[in-house]
Design a protein around this ligand. Structure first.
Ligand code: HEC
Length: 129
């Protein structure tokens, strides 16, 4: 009887832990996009906006988009002919060192901090088409 009680107790505690961890993970993902929005405002909005062209092209829906294809934007030949379709790992490389990914592109900017890149990509992902 006592043993069964302890078992139930342990199961209950494990379930609590499981829920705590699950909700923490969900929370962390949401937070990443939130943090990414702040990093975007600080580092990217000088040249980019989600829905309009500035010095750089609009970025809403960039995940899954072929590089260099926003109509009317004057891309470098390098990026337009890169054949890249943006996914998370290519965006990470691009943000870390654009020149290493695409020779002769026009984005004179990079983000050295891996955590910031991760948050930025989560934010870009949250910008639905
Ligand atoms: C100094 C201006 C500048 C800043 C700051 C800048 N970009 Fe760019 N970005 C550009 C330009 C210009 C291009 C087009 C490059 C080309 O044609 O080679 C570009 C292209 C891109 C592309 C490819 C888009 C496409 O349609 O293929 C992505 C993604 C991108 N930038 C993300 C970012 C993010 C995220 C930040 C902030 C960390 C950022 N950029 C900061 C100027 C900038």
């Amino acid at each position: 009887m006592i043993i069964r009680g302890i078992n139930a107790w342990i199961t209950g505690i494990s379930l609590l832990f499981l829920f705590a961890i699950l909700s923490l993970t969900a929370h962390a993902a949401g937070q990443d996009a939130g943090a990414g929005k702040d990093v975007f405002a600080k580092r990217c909005t000088g040249c980019h906006a989600p829905d309009s062209e500035k010095e750089g092209p609009r970025l809403r829906g960039v995940l899954g988009r072929k590089a260099g294809t926003v109509p009317g934007f004057q891309y470098s030949d390098g990026l337009r002919n890169s054949g890249i379709v943006w996914n998370e790992s290519l965006l990470d490389k691009w943000l870390e060192n654009p020149q290493a990914l695409v020779k002769d592109n026009n984005m004179e900017f990079h983000v050295a901090n891996a955590g910031e890149r991760e948050a930025l990509i989560a934010y870009l992902k949250s910008l639905a088409k």
